[in-house]
Each structure stands twice: as C-alpha cells, then as structure tokens.
Design a protein around this ligand. Structure first.
Ligand code: SAM
Length: 306
C-alpha cells in the first residue's frame, strides 16, 4: 500500500515550472496557480514587492508581495462590485474617497456616476500607480477623470486629517491584512472612516473570503456593529483568481437617512453615457447587487450573531 502511495503520479509535480503559485499563511494548504507566459515587471517599492506578468488565460496579472491583486480578465467583478454596491445605494453621491486602489480600477467605476463631483484617492505605494499606468491602461484609465485628486500616502494618516462629515461614500480597496494594509482592518481605522462620513453616508471595504477568513470577518463585523449605527451588511461575489474564488465586502452606513443596501435606489444601468470611454459594465447589475447580500447558512449564522 505504502509503496503505491509513493509512486509518482502524473498529476502531482514537485513544483510547476513556469507557473506562478500563490502561497500565503492566509490560505494554508492551498495555492492557486496561473501559467506564466512572460514576466513583464519586477520591482521592490518602500512597501512591497511588485510584479506584473502575462498569463496564458487571464491576461496581465498584478502581484503584490506574492498575492494576486488583479487580472485583466476578472478585475471587473471586484472593481464594479466594491464601487457600485455603496454608490448605487444612496441618492446622488457627490464626494467619494478611495483608500488603496492604486491600480485605478475603482476610480474608473466611481467616475461612471455623473452625480459625483469630487473623487479623492489615498494610495500608499506610488509604484503600484506607475506600474498600473504602464501595464494596465484599461484599469488606470480611472486616473484620467478630472474629478480625481491623488494623494500618495498612508490611508490611516490621511483619514485622521479629514474634516468630520466630508464624504458621502468611502471605498476601502485594500490588500490583505499582512503588510501595509494591516491597520485598514482594525477598529481605529473604521472609527475614522465613520467620522469622515456625513450622516447616512456609506462605506464599502474589501472583507476577505467566507471560505477562508470567517475569523477575520467576525472581528470586522463585530467592530462595524459598534461603529456604524445606520446599518452593517456583508456581501460577496465571485472573483476566480482570488483565493477560494470569492471575495466579500462590508457595506455599512452611519446614523442618519436610512440606507437599504439590499435594494439599490440609484441604478447605474439606467443611463449608458458612462460607457463611452470606459466600456460597458461587465459584471454589476441591480439584480446581482441585491443577490450579493444573500449568504450561505454557515456564514449567515456567524455574521448575524455578531
Ligand atoms: N483593486 C484591486 C483589484 O482589482 O482587486 C486590488 C487591490 S489594490 C491593488 C490594494 C492597494 O492598497 C495596493 O495598491 C496597496 O498598496 C494599497 N494599500 C495597502 N495599504 C495601504 C494603506 N495603509 N494606505 C493606502 N493604501 C494602501
């Protein structure tokens, strides 16, 4: 028997030569792999290792510290959902802040909303911005909108200096809580987000995977329930190149005019002038917006108990 187990199987290779494998303590015992056609960029910024490669089936891929941030093929699912979940849930968003999101994809999505007058972004790592402009023009196109104002710096420090009640919406497009984004998952950060929002303002943050990170999600939900007195909701969507193939979002509102995230009142699909330079929405629609708040029973139990 034992001898049999030791036989070489054609399906098990010690290392996949020419493939990128995403290995991290955040998803022990598994590693998603993509076949690499060509490495296009490798650099080390003050904050992280940055890499871009051409994959065989997902287009170009952006990696930070060994973790996939986006691929050309499926970035639409993440960028459209994290943006339109909050912005389609309130009437006439005018001032929007993006924390992280250096690739520019969330900016591209925010700028589809004609009511928006001001889009501030605070990204810590200039190398991510430059690399995105060089290799991901259809994502970095977000920077071309004249309403965008870029601040290069730490989102935690930036928020501390924002006057109370400034924004209608804050979108936290962060990397995982190991490295520069760690504080973006902690209670003091959520408190400063709440302070920066007007009454009835909304926040949407990257909130990891229900398959891998229920312990992290539990903490985030518990913190948010203490801080956001309007509503606290968890939504999720599919992104094939994220660990476990899904990613979640915390969608919360501050005390004030009520926000019902599950029933979007500001549909973006109504008017298509935003598609001219940016192309059509590929993923988001009003039905998927409402559906994204339906949770599998195991996750519902935990999230509702917090
Ligand atoms: N938008 C992407 C997508 O389509 O999936 C993924 C994530 S985006 C590249 C995450 C960004 O958050 C990174 O560029 C990272 O540098 C930035 N970031 C991490 N910590 C930060 C902090 N403390 N303040 C501001 N930005 C931060």
């Amino acid at each position: 028997e034992e001898a049999n187990n030791e036989k070489e199987s054609p399906y098990i290779s010690s290392i996949l030569p020419g493939w990128f494998s995403e290995i991290s303590p955040l998803w022990p015992g598994e590693a998603h792999s993509l076949k690499v056609e060509k490495i296009l960029f490798q650099g080390k910024s003050d904050y992280q290792n940055v890499m871009v490669f051409q994959s065989s089936t997902y287009g170009k891929v952006l990696i930070l510290d060994g973790v996939i941030q986006l691929t050309e093929r499926d970035e639409c699912a993440y960028q459209e959902m994290i943006t339109h979940l909050p912005l389609c849930s309130i009437p006439n968003p005018r001032k929007v802040l993006v924390i992280g999101g250096g690739d520019g994809g969330v900016l591209r999505e925010v700028s589809r909303h004609s009511s928006v007058e001001q889009i501030d972004i605070c990204e810590i790592d200039k190398m991510v911005i430059d690399v995105s402009k060089q290799f991901f023009p259809n994502v970095a196109i977000g920077y071309e909108d004249p309403r965008v104002k870029l601040h290069v710096g730490d989102g935690v420090a930036f928020l501390k200096n924002v006057p109370e009640g400034t924004y209608d919406a804050v979108i936290v497009d962060s990397s995982d809580p190991i490295g520069p984004a760690q504080e973006l998952f902690e209670k003091p950060f959520f408190e400063s987000v709440a302070r920066a929002l007007r009454p009835g303002g909304v926040v949407c943050t990257q909130a990891e995977s229900i398959w891998l990170h229920m312990h992290i999600i539990e903490d985030i939900v518990a913190n948010c329930r203490q801080i956001f007195k309007g509503s606290v909701n968890y939504a999720w969507t599919t992104v094939p190149t994220y660990p476990s193939g899904v990613i979640g979002f915390m969608a919360c509102s501050t005390e004030g005019p009520a926000v019902d995230f599950k029933n979007p009142i500001n549909p973006i699909d109504a008017d298509d002038s935003h598609t001219k330079t940016r192309g059509p929405l590929k993923f988001y629609n009003s039905e998927i917006h409402s559906a994204s708040f339906c949770l599998p029973s195991f996750a519902k139990r935990v999230i509702e108990s917090k």
